[in-house]
Write a protein that binds this ligand. Structure first.
Ligand code: FAD
Length: 322
């Protein structure tokens, strides 16, 4: 006979961690977390530059924390330390390097969870908290295979003294630009004429750097194609100019991993976003979505993901689905 978990949580980012911690605090101890990476908070580790400032009210979205996790403004390191302490809770069982492949509702109303290693687990409730960064959006033109190492989707591989082109017009692009600008020659290119979805603090930092000549900002500029020019990236811009760069970092956002959600019996709307009610429940059957994946068309934040964990676990407890 297989062990049956009360709650199985997919993804150990802020949404998954909060769901597990709040569940345990509510006395729901039969909880398991699956994380595809070797450690929790993979998005924060991979996409946040060292010492990055972490805002609680990110992108200006004010969030009143409802749960028991005391998250405040800080840095990448503070935030990871907070989550490190939380996941050490002995009552939370976590499997790392275990990527969930599919979730299937069985006739006995239990969910069967299958991982890419073909391990199977069973649970009464599911919390999907996989974020939206798993698969970054990519440009539509071809990336020459010989340049693949130099074309990145986050700044973890950036070092110093490089001529860098950052492409995008959201908070990630702006943050990537000013985090790398002190050690590199940075150009930020955005295809629109102004930034409409960047938070004011980030814009302030950006324009300060632009005024001081530390960042070369080019608006209304798109890219038509890339070529390998003796190991450098030759960028063909929409204004007809070409220029050589050592590295390009695209920050074009991430998309909703629709195929995964479909394999997990999640109901999607016409835009392939998960449908959730005020309790973050996808349907009547015990599937919940927490964090960015629950807000794929409006964007999320750490604080919002933490609140989702609180709301979901209270709902599970109150509806006696354990
Ligand atoms: C550059 C950048 C800067 C940001 N700055 C801030 C900030 O200052 N303040 C703020 O509040 N927010 C910030 N954010 C947003 C914040 O990171 C997200 O809102 C938050 O991480 C969402 O948490 P989550 O749990 O939904 O998803 P994630 O943090 O993305 O975590 C998802 C986890 O699920 C795992 N996973 C994915 N698929 C599977 C699978 N199939 N099986 C098992 N595990 C899986 C992943 O490995 C990952 O660990 C920033 C984001 C970026 C990219």
């Amino acid at each position: 006979m297989h062990k049956i978990f009360d709650i199985a949580i997919v993804g150990a980012g802020p949404g998954g961690i909060a769901s597990s911690v709040e569940a345990v605090l509510l006395g729901l101890k039969n909880v398991v977390v699956f994380e595809k990476s070797q450690n929790h908070s993979d998005t924060i580790r991979k996409y946040f530059k060292d010492n990055k400032r972490v805002d609680k009210d990110w992108k200006g979205i004010k969030v009143e924390l409802r749960g028991n996790i005391h998250f405040t403004d800080g840095t990448k390191e503070n935030t990871l330390n907070l989550f490190d302490t939380l996941v050490k809770n002995e009552d939370i069982k976590a499997y790392f390097n275990e990527e969930v492949y599919s979730i299937e509702k069985q006739e006995d109303k239990l969910f069967k969870i299958t991982t890419t290693k073909e391990n199977c687990f069973y649970a009464k409730n599911i919390v999907i908290s996989i974020g939206t960064m798993g698969k970054p959006n990519k440009p539509s033109y071809k990336i020459p295979p010989t340049l693949k190492q130099k074309i990145n989707f986050n700044i973890s591989q950036c070092s110093q003294n490089e001529k860098l082109l950052i492409v995008g017009g959201g908070d990630s692009a702006v943050e990537f630009a000013y985090y790398t600008a002190n050690q590199n020659r940075v150009t930020l290119a955005y295809r629109k004429e102004s930034f409409s979805r960047v938070n004011p603090t980030n814009l302030h930092y950006l324009f300060d750097y632009v005024e001081k000549g530390i960042i070369d900002l080019r608006l209304s500029l798109d890219i038509k194609k890339l070529e390998d020019n003796q190991g450098k990236i030759e960028v063909h811009f929409s204004n007809g100019q070409t220029e050589l760069f050592d590295r390009i970092v695209y920050a074009l956002g991430g998309f909703n991993p629709t195929d995964f959600l479909k394999r997990c019996s999640v109901i999607l709307d016409e835009n392939n976003s998960a449908v959730v009610d005020e309790n973050l429940r996808n349907n009547q059957d015990g599937i919940y979505l927490a964090g960015d994946i629950a807000r794929s068309n409006v964007g999320g934040s750490i604080a919002l993901a933490l609140n989702h964990g609180y709301i979901i676990t209270n709902h599970i407890k109150n509806t006696n689905r354990v």
